[in-house]
Write a protein that binds this ligand. Structure first.
Ligand code: NI
Length: 439
């Protein structure tokens, strides 16, 4: 007896217990099989929030739990569309949308953003390589279901799918990805902001002429969601201690890459890390890269003779992060003076000083062809649908949304290792001592 009926439904629905959504329901055999591939299971070994656990010790949740959450929100939205019988929702796309929701973060590596910066790779690109690569279990499961699925699912994730409404479920200014990570990250970091009424938002979404819009009466729920996004960015994602740990990570990879390129004789080197440093990494080794492996490499490197690399690794593992001072305005002259001083006291300005300037756009109004401050293509605006079927862009109606539209900038943060600087404080000029508050 097969446990699957003719429509590809499991004979018995599977459930995952989840702290954010209570339960996550799986009815399709295809979804169940995708979850059980080794590439998807790997996401259990990658934290959703990278180094944030060094700031918020509860933030140990994985990309696995987030991916299931995005799937569950997408499933709820579609089921609401189906219950409402809306003709603007293409029903035949349901399973493609669910697969894309589940698999959208498949290509994330350990501490993705730092690795992407140093090695110039992109997790979206890896996601598509894993989906389309003939040797992966994910590809086989999708292909066995329908030979067009690997292509279709990856097109939704890469935002090139021919039906934009499917893309906007998983990727827009109010998509299931953002809704899940805001709630999940708030829950696991333990912060009070970041929550909003998900059930209410799901009830007011409507498919309308090839896009997803919000019933006018849901405007306040959307305001709440955008405010929570704003709060989470400044209180959690841009937390200066988290930024400090990301800087250390980036410096470690940068130093290791520099040493490797210069023929430095590493005492030991794990194979996938070696290929990463050499720039020759392929799918199989990429999939072997998880946070445990990277941290093992850091433990090995912390006893390397290269003192810069060893010190950075020990700092990361023992959470001896860089301290910071803030400045309202940029000051190139002063920054150059700091670099010169570091050099003079025997430090390495490229590794012992970093200037960080966080900024974000909680919500932005789309102008055709324009890009965000981060250089990414802008996502379409959130539209409200009135009772008489007219659409209006939300910031034209809401003072709250208008107040958080556009770029929000933080302060300049100068990160530095405190102890060696403090030890040589007597050799620093008065203005630099004052900057770092050394007496
Ligand atoms: Ni995501």
């Amino acid at each position: 007896m097969s446990s699957v009926n003719r429509e590809g439904k499991l004979a018995e629905e599977k459930v995952f217990k989840d702290p954010v959504h209570k339960y996550i329901y799986v009815q399709d055999e295809l979804i169940w099989n995708l979850i059980n591939t080794k590439e998807f299971q790997r996401l259990r070994r990658i934290r959703q929030l990278g180094t944030s656990y060094l700031t918020f010790h509860g933030a140990e949740h994985s990309r696995f739990s987030h991916s299931l959450g995005v799937y569950e929100i997408t499933r709820k939205i579609i089921s609401q569309f189906e219950r409402g019988g809306y003709s603007d929702w293409p029903q035949e796309e349901k399973l493609v949308a669910l697969c894309a929701a589940l698999l959208h973060d498949l290509g994330h590596g350990p501490f993705s953003h730092s690795i992407e910066d140093v090695f110039d790779t992109q997790h979206e690109e890896w996601t598509c390589r894993i989906l389309l690569g003939q040797t992966t279990e994910i590809n086989k499961v999708l292909r066995d279901y329908d030979s067009s699925y690997p292509e279709r699912v990856s097109a939704v994730i890469c935002k090139t799918y021919h039906k934009p409404i499917v893309v906007s479920l998983v990727s827009s200014q109010m998509d299931s990805d953002r809704m899940d990570y805001l709630l999940r990250d708030a829950y696991f970091t333990g912060v009070n902001y970041g929550t909003f009424d998900l059930e209410r938002i799901l009830r007011v979404l409507r498919p309308h002429q090839g896009q997803i819009v919000v019933k006018e009466s849901g405007m306040h729920a959307v305001e709440d969601y955008l405010m929570s996004r704003y709060q989470m960015y400044w209180q959690v994602y841009f937390h200066p201690v988290t930024r400090s740990s990301e800087i250390i990570l980036r410096q470690i990879f940068r130093r290791a890459k520099e040493l490797y390129g210069g023929g430095y004789p590493f005492a030991t080197m794990l194979e996938p890390i070696k290929k990463l440093l050499a720039g020759t990494i392929e799918i199989e080794d990429y999939l072997a890269l998880d946070e445990a492996l990277v941290q093992t490499a850091f433990a090995q490197w912390s006893s390397e003779p290269d003192s810069v690399l060893a010190d950075l690794c020990r700092r990361f593992l023992n959470r001896k992060l860089y301290k910071y001072v803030t400045m309202d305005k940029p000051d190139d002259k002063l920054w150059q003076q700091v670099r010169d001083c570091l050099q003079e006291i025997g430090l390495h300005p490229d590794y012992h000083l970093e200037i960080d300037f966080p900024y974000d756009m909680p919500y932005h109004v789309y102008r055709p062809g324009s890009t965000t401050a981060a250089g990414k293509e802008e996502k379409p605006p959130i539209l409200l649908l009135s009772r008489d079927d007219r659409l209006s862009e939300i910031s034209s109606r809401s003072d709250i949304v208008r107040s958080i539209t556009g770029i929000h900038q933080g302060k300049y943060h100068l990160y530095y290792p405190e102890e060696p600087l403090q030890e040589s404080a007597h050799r620093l000029p008065a203005n630099i001592r004052e900057l770092f508050a050394f007496m």
